[in-house]
Design a binder for this molecule. Structure first.
Ligand SMILES: Nc1ncnc2c1ncn2[C@H]1C[C@H](O)[C@@H](COP(=O)(O)OP(=O)(O)OP(=O)(O)O)O1
Ligand SMILES: Nc1nc2c(ncn2[C@@H]2O[C@H](COP(=O)(O)OP(=O)(O)O)[C@@H](O)[C@H]2O)c(=O)[nH]1
Length: 223
């Protein structure tokens, strides 16, 4: 097995299960899971310069400008140079993919293909613990106590951009922006697409794929 550090990306529309799949990969393989949305929400909570700027875009379900998210991600990636990593939510546009190209060669791109109706249903049932980014779903993986984070006991919230009007805009924007990124990675032969309506059914295939690149932390397949 290669000892090279893994550079991987998970692509997929909002609600496709990127966060869920990345969390499982991170746990099973000991990779760093780096979520662009999580970094932006952290900046918003901290009221940093980036956060103040990003807030207005997120509230309208819009992508933040390329240079803003690219500088946030480059700073985070610099801190993780010596670790395997997995990007969730970045790159979202061709400009971002080109910026990423300048600092690394990707080994693996996982593309989640999920039907639109499924995405809408999932997002309306999604609740998060803002401080950690932990994600719940009232049907798929509910918290032990309704509305409360399992680990800290703090309240869960529903994201403003998971409300129905913002969701439709986000899905449309995603499609437009992601098309050239998917084409680019397909042409390089690093793209692996998975289709379905259930993360639990897709997961064993993703696990097998990642196992071909990095050794699992646990010998038995996590689920
Ligand atoms: N790479 C990016 N480029 C531009 N805007 C971004 C990027 N990543 C995140 N954002 C902004 C716009 C997103 O709607 C918002 C939340 O990001 P994220 O948590 O990845 O949610 P998302 O819109 O993909 O939904 P989801 O978590 O459901 O996939 O942050
Ligand atoms: N019903 C159902 N919900 C799922 C499934 N996979 C993920 N979810 C939930 O759907 C929502 C979106 O998943 P998430 O991982 O946040 O997707 P992301 O937006 O692509 O990062 C979350 O509330 C998840 O808990 C699934 O197979 N079935």
């Amino acid at each position: 097995m290669a000892s090279k550090l893994l550079r991987a990306v998970v692509l997929g529309p909002p609600g496709s299960g990127k966060g869920t799949v990345c969390q499982r990969i991170a746990e099973s393989f000991g990779l760093q899971h780096l979520s662009s949305g999580h970094f932006l929400r952290e900046n918003i909570r901290a009221k940093s310069e980036v956060g103040v700027l990003a807030k207005q875009y997120l509230e309208q379900g819009l992508l933040v400008p390329d240079h803003v998210i690219t500088s946030v991600m480059m700073m985070e990636l610099e801190k993780k140079q010596s670790q395997h990593w997995l990007l969730d939510g970045f790159p979202r546009t061709l400009v971002q993919a080109e910026a990423l190209d300048r600092i690394c060669d990707l080994d693996l791109v996982i593309n989640l293909n999920i039907p639109f109706e499924t995405l809408k249903d999932r997002l309306s049932a999604r609740w998060i613990h803002p401080a950690s980014g932990r994600v719940y779903n009232m049907e798929f993986n509910p918290p032990d106590v309704h509305g409360i984070d399992d680990i800290t006991g703090e309240p869960l919230i529903q994201r403003e951009d998971d409300k129905p009007d913002a969701v439709a805009v986000r899905l449309r924007k995603y499609k437009e922006a992601a098309k050239p990124v998917i084409e680019l990675y397909k042409s390089r032969g690093v793209l692996h697409s998975f289709s379905g309506t259930e993360t639990n059914k897709i997961w064993p295939y993703v696990y097998t794929l990642v196992s071909s690149k990095v050794r699992p932390v646990h010998s038995k397949e996590a689920n």
